[in-house]
Ligand binder design. Structure first.
Ligand SMILES: NC(=O)c1ccc[n+]([C@@H]2O[C@H](COP(=O)([O-])OP(=O)(O)OC[C@H]3O[C@@H](n4cnc5c(N)ncnc54)[C@H](OP(=O)(O)O)[C@@H]3O)[C@@H](O)[C@H]2O)c1
Length: 314
């Protein structure tokens, strides 16, 4: 990994000949928002960004603060910032968002997936019968990647970059239990589904990379980053709020600043042309880790992911 100054210099050199199309699930807050800003400012607004989330006001505030592009009318028509509303906790919403995105963008260069929230508790099922924690950690990522593969391929077909970039982990989760992929036997309070979702993401990206050898699939671990997720306002319970407030000076000292994280993330995004990458907080490729399972287990995992997310192979 080059020193931070070189990471920044590398990102400063990003200047594609075409207007890149970037879809960001999670662009309304934290790391996704900071990555969106870094890319847009780098290109002086010569970019087409679609931010997907629930908080339209946050997206509008972000867009208002980003540079407006200049250039020929033809090029200006390709640039812009758009918001699509989607609650990723239901697969039907994710598929609907995919249809909206595909309609607006026949070609996608980068699909950035930072949306999610870690919460710890008893197993709860969504109305679609899936573990609600696994949904936010994993299932929606499988569904949206599958749905938008044709649009990523379209970018590759015209000689442009194409990548799926997931912010969460890099192969350090527990082994997968292929006998209980839905985690129906896991009823205790705990972090199980949160960790397992991260491991599922590793295997999913490794398998997509095998199936789509021209596209880059990256899983990057952010470390502890100072974002809205770690602020007192992010938790509903007063005792926890108070604790976070008390620990805030320590967090400011120890956590990675979100702009620094975004710089490393953007480096990880732009520096993988094709294949599977697992990157640490400073974008070193540390993989492949925790993705070697038997062919039959991998097949079971794939079939489960398709059926649980109600996805049609693309
Ligand atoms: N920050 C850290 O220290 C850290 C450490 C390890 C892992 N992570 C993981 O890295 C990812 C990004 O973290 P962050 O700190 O940037 O988080 P953040 O600031 O809390 O942002 C989370 C994003 O996820 C979106 N989101 C959450 N639930 C959603 C839902 N049901 N439907 C649609 N969008 C939803 C939010 O959008 P809307 O509000 O618009 O819906 C928001 O844009 C998360 O998965 C997080 O768990 C973070």
């Amino acid at each position: 990994m080059p020193p931070f100054a070189l990471v920044k210099a590398s990102n400063d050199g990003y200047c594609p000949l075409y207007v890149p199309v970037v879809v960001v699930f999670g662009g309304t807050s934290g790391i996704g928002k900071a990555m969106t800003r870094r890319l847009s400012e780098q290109l002086d607004g010569r970019i087409h960004v679609i931010v997907v989330g629930r908080n339209k006001a946050a997206a509008d505030a972000l867009f208002a603060s980003l540079p407006k592009p200049t250039g020929s009318q033809q090029e200006l028509e390709r640039c812009g910032y758009e918001f699509i509303h989607c609650d990723i906790s239901l697969m039907k919403n994710v598929h609907q968002a995919a249809r909206d995105i595909a309609q607006r963008c026949p070609k996608i260069n980068y699909l950035i997936l930072t949306a999610g929230k870690a919460f710890f508790g008893k197993r709860e099922e969504t109305e679609e019968g899936l573990d609600s924690q696994l949904v936010l950690r994993y299932y929606w990522k499988f569904a949206i990647t599958n749905d938008l593969l044709p649009n990523l391929r379209a970018a590759k077909d015209v000689g442009q970059a194409a990548g799926v970039f997931v912010v969460l982990a890099h192969g350090i989760g527990p082994k997968i239990n292929f006998q209980d992929l839905e985690m129906k036997k896991y009823h205790r309070y705990g972090v199980g589904p949160v960790w397992r979702g991260a491991t599922y993401g590793d295997l999913m990206l490794a398998m997509y990379a095998e199936r789509e050898p021209d596209i880059a699939f990256t899983h990057m671990y952010p470390g502890m980053v100072d974002t809205e997720a770690n602020r007192p306002s992010a938790v509903p319970f007063w005792p926890v709020k108070f604790l976070i407030w008390l620990l805030r000076p320590l967090a400011l000292l120890l956590f990675i600043k979100v702009d620094v994280s975004a710089e490393n993330m953007v480096y990880g995004l732009l520096n993988g042309e094709r294949g599977f990458y697992q990157r640490n907080t400073v974008a070193d490729n540390v993989g492949p880790r925790n993705v070697s399972y038997s062919e039959s287990d991998r097949q079971v995992f794939w079939e489960h992911s398709l059926s649980a997310t109600r996805s049609v192979p693309r």
